[in-house]
Design a protein around this ligand. Structure first.
Ligand SMILES: Cc1cc2nc3c(=O)[nH]c(=O)nc-3n(C[C@H](O)[C@H](O)[C@H](O)COP(=O)(O)OP(=O)(O)OC[C@H]3O[C@@H](n4cnc5c(N)ncnc54)[C@H](O)[C@@H]3O)c2cc1C
Length: 392
C-alpha cells in the first residue's frame, strides 16, 4: 500500500492551494481526494473578491499576500485565472466611521493603498450613484477578483504538474484512527489510503466529517443567496466592487457582464444539515429585495433584467474566522475550514502557512495561533469589528 506524506480531502480553493504549496516547495508525496470535481463546494460559486480591508494585522497581511499571489499567477504560470482589479469601496454612515478609520490606518501601515473618502468623493467616483451626505467610504484601489472555477482548476493543474496526484469522484467516508492518531482515510469503495498527515479541506462537509471521527468543532454549513442582474444598455456605472454597510449589501461585476448581489448579514442564512442536498435556488422575494436595495444606490437597476440567483454554501464559525490547525485529540490530522464567506482571498496565505508547518514551504503571513481550533473552548474568539462578521 502506498503511503502518502499528505492526503488532502477536498478540491476547493483550500485543498488545491495546499497541494500547490506542498509540491512547490519540496518532494513530499501529496494526494488530493475530491468527491465530485474541483470547485464543487463553496469555491465554484464564490464571488472571489480579493480585498485587503480587514480589522486585524494578521488578516490584512494574509489578504495582502493573497492578492499579490493571485495577481502574479498568470505571469508565473502562463495560465489565466481572469484576474482583474476594479477597486472596492466600503460605504458606511458616521456610526461606523471610527471603525473604518481605524482599519484604514492599520491597512496603510501594512502597505495597502487605501483612503477614507467622503460622500462628494463617492459621487465623483460613481457619478450615477446615490449617496447620503453622512456617508463615507474606505476606497481600496488595489482590490480585485478572479474567476473562481478557472482559478481552482488552474491552481490544481499546476499542482499536478508539480507532482500532486488526484482522485476525482471518490469520497472519503472515514478517517482511519489508531490510538487517537489518524493514519489515513477510507474511500467509498472501502479502499484504505495511508498518510503521514490528513488535511481536511472539506468546506461545508468538514464539521460532519469531524463529528463522525468523534471531534466536535463549531463548524456550521449555511445557505447564503446571491442574485444576478444585467445592467441596462447605456447605464452609467463604473463597474466597481462595493461593500455597503448602510444597506447590508455587496455587489460586484461578473465576467458575463452581470452584477452579482449578496447580503452582508449571515445570521439569517438557513442552516444546511446535508450539504449534498440543499436548495440551490433563490426566491422571488430575495431577488426583489436585492433589486430594491441595489437601486437605492444605482437607480438603473430598478429596470434591469434579473438572471435569477443561486443558493450556495458558507461554512461558518461563531467568530466568522476559520479554524486552522491540528484536529484536537487526533494526531496526524489537520483542519482547514470555517472561512465564513471570506476565504477565497486567504487561500494563498493559508496554504503557504500550513505547507510551511507540514512541509517545506517558507513561512508567510499566516499565524497558526490566531486561528487555533481550540480558541472557542479557551474563551478567546477573534474580535469582530463590524456588525457583519463576513467582513472579518
Ligand atoms: C456565494 C459565495 C460568495 C463568496 N464570495 C467570496 C469573496 O468574494 N471573497 C472571498 O474571499 N471569499 C468568498 N467566499 C468564500 C470562499 O469562496 C470560501 O471560503 C472558499 O471557497 C472555501 O474553500 P474550501 O476549499 O475551504 O471549501 P469548498 O470550496 O467547499 O471545497 C470543499 C471540497 O471538499 C469536497 N469534499 C467534501 N467532503 C468530501 C469527502 N468526504 N471526500 C472528498 N471530497 C470531499 C467537496 O466536494 C468540495 O469540493 C464566497 C463563498 C460563497 C459561497
Amino acid at each position: 500500500m502506498t503511503t502518502w506524506d499528505h492526503v488532502i480531502i477536498g478540491g476547493g480553493i483550500m485543498g488545491a492551494s495546499l497541494a500547490y504549496q506542498l509540491t512547490r516547495h519540496g518532494n513530499d508525496k501529496v494526494l488530493l481526494i475530491e468527491k465530485s470535481f474541483p470547485g464543487a463546494g463553496s469555491t465554484g460559486k464564490s464571488g472571489a473578491i480579493l480585498r485587503q480591508h480587514y480589522s486585524h494585522e494578521i488578516t490584512v497581511a494574509m489578504a495582502r499576500e493573497g492578492l499579490d499571489w493571485y495577481s502574479r499567477f498568470e505571469e508565473e504560470h502562463g495560465r489565466s485565472i481572469s484576474f482583474n482589479r476594479p477597486g472596492m469601496a466600503f460605504i458606511c454612515t458616521d456610526d461606523n466611521r471610527p471603525n473604518l478609520e481605524r482599519n484604514v490606518e492599520l491597512q496603510k501601515q501594512l502597505g495597502v493603498q487605501t483612503e477614507i473618502i467622503d460622500s462628494s468623493d463617492l459621487r465623483e467616483l460613481e457619478p450615477g450613484g446615490t449617496f447620503r451626505d453622512d456617508e463615507c467610504a474606505a476606497w481600496e484601489s488595489e482590490a480585485g477578483n478572479v474567476q473562481p472555477v478557472q482559478a481552482v482548476n488552474e491552481i490544481l493543474t499546476v499542482a499536478r504538474e508539480q507532482g500532486t496526484e488526484v482522485l476525482f469522484g471518490r469520497r472519503v467516508v472515514s478517517l482511519i484512527e489508531n490510538n487517537s492518531t489518524i493514519t489515513g482515510v477510507t474511500l467509498d469503495d472501502q479502499q484504505q489510503i495511508s498518510a503521514g498527515n490528513v488535511v481536511i479541506c472539506a468546506g461545508p462537509w468538514s464539521g460532519q466529517m469531524l463529528k463522525e471521527a468523534g471531534v466536535s468543532l463549531p463548524l456550521t454549513a449555511v445557505r447564503p443567496e446571491q442574485a444576478f442582474f444585467e445592467p441596462p444598455p447605456g447605464a452609467h456605472e463604473r463597474r466597481l466592487i462595493y461593500g455597503d454597510l448602510t444597506n447590508g449589501l455587496y455587489w460586484k461585476p461578473e465576467l458575463a457582464g452581470w452584477t452579482r448581489v449578496g447580503l452582508l448579514d449571515m445570521d439569517e442564512d438557513a442552516v444546511v444539515s446535508d450539504p449534498d442536498h440543499y436548495d440551490e435556488g433563490v426566491s422571488h422575494q430575495f431577488i426583489q429585495g436585492c433589486r430594491q436595495k441595489l437601486s437605492r444606490r444605482l437607480p438603473h437597476y430598478a429596470h434591469s433584467p434579473s438572471w435569477g440567483g443561486v443558493g450556495a454554501l458558507y461554512t461558518v464559525t461563531p467568530d466568522s474566522h476559520p479554524v486552522i490547525g491540528p484536529v484536537p485529540g487526533r494526531e496526524g490530522a489537520w483542519i482547514v475550514s470555517g472561512f465564513s464567506g471570506h476565504g477565497f482571498k486567504m487561500a494563498p496565505a493559508v496554504s503557504r502557512g500550513v505547507a510551511s508547518i507540514l512541509g517545506s514551504a517558507p513561512a508567510g503571513s499566516f499565524d497558526p495561533d490566531f486561528f487555533c481550533p481550540l480558541r472557542f473552548d479557551k474563551g478567546s474568539p477573534i474580535e469582530v469589528t463590524y456588525g457583519y462578521g463576513i467582513l472579518g
